[in-house]
Design a protein around this ligand. Structure first.
Ligand code: PLP
Length: 383
């Protein structure tokens, strides 16, 4: 028996009402944001398209090409791009491509211990071994990276430009040099930091840039993080065409005779959304956005510093990591949850984490700080 259209709609709207929205200012830990209206429009317009079929949907390829050109100007490289569903798929594809180019190297991937969990996932599925370099939550030391490469002869190295827990940036340029000299595949995971670092570097917030240096084999950048596009939308740029060929498989029933990447049918709409945001914002727009985010992050940082008992780490990217000297971070997390605030954790630092994403405003910061003060007051009253 069918339900009435209007009944389904009513239930749908009810569920929607009970779903938190970023612009309400309570989603503070997630690296997601509310997509830009133009990106939503573009996504809806191209809702029927399949990125896996570049023969039927040639216009998607046109947008993809222009997007890649834009990113190549940003990173001053000549990358060959492939659209993915996110940083997870990109990390997977980087390792897959590297693996198929592995030669006589060991079935080992080397990464600082701050690397994203998707690298563990990929290696679990692909049967590689991830050797982690202990970093004590600092950017990896180049001499140590070199030592590990000599010792383990990995087929790939993954470093991160903007780690998930703390926003650390591994030394990209120096690692590229090492990768070049040892002829090792180097993947830069810039899922979070890719659309921030070049601009924040330009304005003196960071001491290193993110460019497509010689020695880098791939860079991945999420658009559904700081690019304001709907989920899923992300891109991986490879230094050579052959690396894309490594992620493609013969698929005889398709008009293109091949499919690439991890997924089969997948949204061409993502490409349209990414293209729109790139065209609309451009350099200047993303630069302005990055500056807005770091400004809010510093205001939040300074606000937290005035609260008794709170320790807060100085921001690198717009990620604020803090803890209380006496209250366990997970119990503070629960208290904040009770008040409707969604923060994430930085378990490696036993701390809480806020990511300042494009939807966040100074008003949100103020309300959060007031709530935190109130919670801490109730703790004091109790003991
Ligand atoms: C977010 C993130 C990922 C995972 O990306 P998804 O889009 O969630 O798949 C990987 N690496 C880093 C550094 C990230 O910040």
């Amino acid at each position: 028996m069918f339900n009435k259209y209007s009944d389904v709609l009513k239930k749908l709207l009810k569920l929607w009402q009970n779903t938190p929205k970023h612009y309400e200012g309570k989603i503070l830990g997630s690296m997601t944001t509310y997509p830009h209206p133009l990106a939503i429009y573009a996504y809806n317009l191209f809702i029927h398209t399949n990125y896996s079929d570049p023969v039927i949907f040639k216009t998607i390829k046109v947008m993809e090409k222009e997007l890649i050109e834009g990113l190549n100007t940003l990173y001053q490289g000549e990358g060959h791009g492939f659209i993915t569903s996110g940083g997870t798929e990109s990390n997977f594809l980087a390792l897959l491509s590297a693996y198929r180019n592995k030669g006589t190297r060991e079935n080992v991937v080397i990464a600082p211990d701050t690397v994203h969990v998707s690298v563990d996932k990929a290696c679990y599925i692909m049967g590689c071994r991830v050797v982690k370099i202990p970093t004590n939550n600092k950017p990896v030391k180049i001499s140590v990276l070199e030592e590990y490469i000599r010792k383990y002869k990995p087929y790939a190295i993954v470093i991160t430009a903007g780690t998930t827990e703390r926003g650390l940036i591994d030394p990209v340029k120096e690692a590229a040099e090492v990768a070049y000299n040892t002829n090792t595949y180097l993947h830069i995971d810039a899922a979070y930091g890719g659309l921030l670092i070049p601009f924040l570097y330009k304005h003196g917030y960071l001491n290193q840039d993110l460019l497509f240096y010689e020695g880098i084999s791939s860079i991945s950048v999420d658009f559904h993080k700081n690019g304001l596009t709907p989920i899923p939308s992300s891109i991986i740029l490879f230094s050579e065409e052959k690396y894309i060929e490594h992620i493609c498989f013969e698929t005889n029933y398709m008009l293109s005779n091949k499919t690439c990447g991890l997924l089969g049918t997948r949204p061409g709409a993502s490409v349209a959304a990414m293209w729109s945001m790139w065209k609309y914002f451009g350099f200047k727009g993303f630069e302005k956005l990055s500056l807005k985010l770091i400004d809010i992050a510093y205001k939040l940082y300074n606000g937290l510093r005035t609260i008794n008992g709170i320790y807060v780490y100085e921001p690198i990217l717009p990620i604020i990591v803090f803890k209380h000297y006496e209250i366990a971070y997970d119990s503070l997390l629960l208290k904040l949850l009770e008040k409707g605030f969604y923060l994430y954790k930085s378990p490696s630092l036993s701390a809480l984490r806020i990511v300042v994403m494009p939807h966040m405003t100074l008003e949100h910061v103020k309300i959060f700080l007031d709530t935190l003060r109130e919670i801490l007051k109730s703790y004091i009253n109790k003991y």
